[in-house]
Design a protein around this ligand. Sequence first.
Ligand SMILES: [Fe+2]
Ligand SMILES: [Fe+2]
Length: 164
Amino acid sequence: MNFAHSAAPRIDVTRGMGTLFWRPDLATGIREIDLQHEELLANVSALHEAARTGNLGLAEGVLAYLERYTAEHFATEERVMWGAGYPDLDAHWSLHLSFATELARRKGEYATSRSRGSLLTDLGRWMERWLEEHLLGADAEMARFVRGRVSGAGTTAGCRPDGP
Ligand SMILES: [Fe+2]
Ligand SMILES: [Fe+2]
């Protein structure tokens, strides 16, 4: 699936409350994954902005998109790791699962809450923290291995490294 053309909810995020924006040190050097990470961060910013302005309908749309998109993104990474024979695939998969589980828990809390705006803001902050830690930690570690396999043996399918 080409995520760059996905039907993401659109919002002006230039004045958003989010603090995590795409920056060079977040790059894994695997183009497909980096494009997906950029899209994720842009939509987390959109979630913040929608929550800030009280546009809960839009925020819910962005949240639903983020839920689908993270699942597709995680599947992409798992395919890349499997293709490269990454030895820590199970541990990385568990981190993805824990994200999905926590997101589902928070969505359930949101559904019955009377303070939905603040819950959405908290959710956006949690997502930012999780993503930053995951991109700089587990994803960077996985990418180092995958890039090494591709440049070393040239046998890895499913990824196109484009960085150092
Ligand atoms: Fe990722
Ligand atoms: Fe990951």
